[in-house]
Design a protein around this ligand. Structure first.
Ligand code: ZN
Length: 98
């Protein structure tokens, strides 16, 4: 999927954290949204909690990624690394639906 074509409904989860660090969640935060919550819970193997749902945050991460030409598309996810921050949106798989 083209970076410019991605909308929030294509996103399973989003991450923002420190650049050049581990992405397990110890140096940043994953956020989820209601419409792909079940999918994300299955994908990671345990339930997404209410306090992890943050659609506004996902939208703001997506905007940063779409507005920066340095973003790179890895197929299953799109990432952007700035001097200090790492942003990632994980996309819903083509056969998963949303
Ligand atoms: Zn870690």
């Amino acid at each position: 999927m083209n970076i410019s074509e991605v909308t929030i409904s294509n996103i399973r989860s989003a991450y923002s954290g420190k650049a050049g660090r581990c992405c397990c969640g110890c140096s940043g935060k994953y956020v989820y949204q209601e419409r792909t919550r079940e999918l994300a819970s299955k994908w990671r193997g345990y339930s997404v909690d209410d306090d992890e749902i943050n659609e506004k945050k996902i939208a703001s991460i997506l905007k940063k990624i779409q507005n920066d030409p340095n973003s790179y598309n890895e197929g299953s996810h799109i990432a952007l690394e700035t001097e200090r921050k790492l942003y990632i949106v994980y996309l819903v798989g083509e056969n998963e639906g949303a």
